[in-house]
Unconditional design. Sequence first.
Length: 65
Amino acid sequence: MIDFNNVFIYSDQPTTCKKCGARTEIILDLSHTLNKTEIHRCYDKKCIFEFVMQFDLDFKNYSLL
Ligand SMILES: [Zn+2]
């Protein structure tokens, strides 16, 4: 199950697993939607941690000032 209460914000670093640090794959791309989220899953077969990545919308608003 994906925990939507546990949302991570994008940084300028490549996205890696928040549990083990391995590479991740995007299993659901919602970046074109208003929420601008992507669902990632860890490549590590022993981990397969799934998490939500979200673009920092507030930061974008600030940059428009
Ligand atoms: Zn992992």
